[in-house]
Design a protein around this ligand. Sequence first.
Ligand code: SF4
Length: 333
Amino acid sequence: MTAASAVPAVAPVGVAPRDAVGVADRLRTDVTARVRALVEGGAAAGAADDLPDIYVGCTAALAVARCPAQYRADGEDGWGFPGWSAPLAAAAVGRAALARHLALDDVALPAPLEVVRSWMRDAAKAPTTAVAEWIAQLVRSGDRTTVAATAATATRWVAGFLRLHSWPLPDRLGIVADDADGARTRRWQKAWRPLGRGTPVRVASSPDAVAGKVTAAGQFDLVLHRPSSPLDEVLAERAAFEAAAGALTAGIVAAGVVVTSGDTGERVRFPVDDRRLARGADLVAGVVHHRLVATQPTPDPFADATPGPACRHCPHRDDCTGGQAWLARSLAH
Ligand code: SF4
């Protein structure tokens, strides 16, 4: 894992006060100007007449950073929300199950499988959120395999989260849940539109929890929990994206981004500084840029392909000479 400092997932105490709202304002101004310039430039270069919906989430940002050619070639399947799947729903289901347990004010250590199963049973009967509606559809269609896989991955998420954050959860740690209704859960501003309400560009922020109180002082951390440990460079990029996306959506810059990994028990804290926010803003702008490029005719759509391990599973590798060369080299070694 990275050399970033490993510290408890609670908001830092005693850090120097800073203008967390002012920094977020400036970031919003900067990102708005960049997005506007990209959109106007795209229009001048013959991008689609109507600006397409551009969803700037962490999956798209990491995909562009990994290989912009692959992101563009993914088309509609990769540009928007990819749709629920067992791995993708793990955090949403895990958070909701844990949030409900907390809202019950039950001090007992939750049994991960039981709280997940119980939440999924009730969600299927009366869904109130998008992931609950997906579970309900699975149950209605009799897709027991996906239901079981979702329960298993969500259970792993909850077990790892509890392992990393201990029980009872730290006082200042609040789970971010769509249907948050307890003191230990948090609602979080999840989207921001740089060009204004009703416009098609949307930046999404998706922390799993918030440590500390979200006030103008910015003395809080965003917490991301993963069942498994990502590669170091992915971890740093995800932290940069969430640092910027969180500041853009909430209008306040967090003090840090804490990433925890259930399988290894690692906890890494990335302080949010100007460099990290700048990288996050670049990731946001990168998605907008490449989504617009994808609407324009391009002589060689793979000219800027960035070969690497992702080529092994890339559905476009038959069309990408750079990816094929990388794969041939990697097989030769
Ligand atoms: S094969 Fe590799 S380099 Fe080519 S588009 Fe896919 S990920 Fe990018």
